[in-house]
Design a protein around this ligand. Structure first.
Ligand SMILES: C[S@@+](CC[C@H](N)C(=O)[O-])C[C@H]1O[C@@H](n2cnc3c(N)ncnc32)[C@H](O)[C@@H]1O
Length: 362
């Protein structure tokens, strides 16, 4: 078979099995297998999960054939299933978090398809189901991101300990902001979102954290004279989702308390060129997520820039520059940017507002 046919087969088969794996996870099959230290038959799994045995058997057939679940045969010819080593680590870690996107992709498939046609709708905003998946991802990432912030942004820890005003824009379900607010009770945190229901849900969810409040803001519509100023503004995977990132960055700049107000944002780091990234399946996956989620989300207006997650590190840095931030790209020499988390930090805080970009692609 030609290399190209092999690749098409590989991708197609991986997709089919990946969707089945997502379904198996969502109905609890992995959880049930993880709870016992002996192998289970499909019937035992079905009984434990309140599931129909025939469906369970088919899914386990798929997963065991694909070597994602172990299979053995009993003396009377029944099949028994158990977890492969490392399953829990994978499903509770980054691969599992990304697997979560499969079911959301399936649920928005037709709507995104409609958006693609010229005369179809332009936008599809994030669904609750997607925010749920992002929150699960955040449960894994938030402690690590908080640590990176504290280790890589000079004096941030000291300032947060002393007490500063902080806002996170596009906070999603608010986990990262809540994590930091709990860690630094002397600072005042605001978790901001553009979606009213999400702001209300976050208010209820994090009501027990006294130094965390909530606000509804459209980042692309920050007033010329802001109501409030902040010492530190941060956002995570938001800039590329905005219809007008430059206006948003300019708005943030107006909100920074001078002279030392700081903006930190995390975004995906790619070369920006599918030619350069050719063969990198992680980047390819981000283009897929971009098609289903980021592009439809950012088309909040007809004139959206619609960057998508793979517009490239340099493009994002240049937009920040255009908005008046000085960008010192400490990693532009990095030959393999997808290998590490990169920090780019303004060094001259006297003339322009400082910016720290943390561009991440693992
Ligand atoms: C990829 S999600 C990131 C959510 C969260 N920060 C995280 O890392 O899980 C992008 C977020 O940006 C928010 N957003 C989209 N457009 C916005 C706008 N115009 N102003 C403020 N936030 C916006 C969305 O509601 C969404 O929660």
């Amino acid at each position: 078979m030609s290399n190209f046919l092999e690749r098409v087969n590989e991708v197609t088969q991986g997709t089919l099995v990946g969707v089945a794996m997502t379904l198996a996870r969502e109905v609890g099959i992995f959880e049930i297998l993880a709870k016992t230290d002996y192998p289970l038959t499909s019937n035992q799994v079905a009984v434990a999960g309140g599931l129909k045995e025939r469906y369970v058997r088919e899914l386990l057939g798929c997963l065991s054939t694909a070597k994602l679940v172990q299979i053995s045969e009993t003396e009377n010819g029944d099949f028994q299933y158990s977890l492969e080593d490392g399953t829990e680590e994978a499903l509770n870690g980054r691969p599992g978090a990304f697997l979560g996107f499969c079911s959301v992709m399936a649920s928005v498939f037709d709507s995104v398809k409609d958006c693609i046609y010229k005369d179809g709708p332009i936008s599809l905003r994030y669904t609750d189901q997607l925010q749920e998946v992002l929150d699960r991802k955040s449960r894994i990432n938030a402690p690590g991101i908080a640590k990176i912030f504290l280790e890589q942004i000079p004096d941030l820890k000291t300032k947060l300990e002393e007490g500063i005003d902080v806002i996170e824009f596009g906070s999603g379900k608010g986990r990262l902001c809540a994590t930091l607010a709990q860690q630094f009770p002397n600072s005042r945190f605001v978790a901001s979102e553009a979606v009213p229901d999400l702001v209300q849900a976050n208010k209820d969810r994090w009501a027990h954290i006294p130094n965390l409040t909530f606000s509804l803001d459209d980042l692309c519509g920050i007033p010329e004279v802001p109501d409030k100023y902040y010492d530190w503004v941060f956002c995570c995977d938001v800039i590329h989702d905005l219809p007008d990132p430059v206006a948003a960055l300019q708005g943030i700049k107006r909100m920074l308390r001078q002279p030392n107000g700081l903006l930190t944002f995390i975004d995906v780091s790619t070369s920006g060129s599918p030619l350069v990234d050719r063969g990198d399946m992680t980047v390819a996956s981000y283009y897929a997520l971009g098609t289903f989620f980021c592009i439809p989300e950012s088309y909040q207006r007809h004139d959206s820039l619609a960057l998508g997650p793979c517009s490239g590190r340099q493009r994002i840095a240049s937009l920040a520059q255009k908005a008046g931030f000085q960008v010192y790209d400490s990693i532009s020499e990095n030959k393999n940017p997808s290998q590490s988390i990169q920090v780019s930090m303004d060094v001259d805080v006297s003339q322009t507002s400082p910016l720290s970009m943390i561009l991440d692609l693992e």
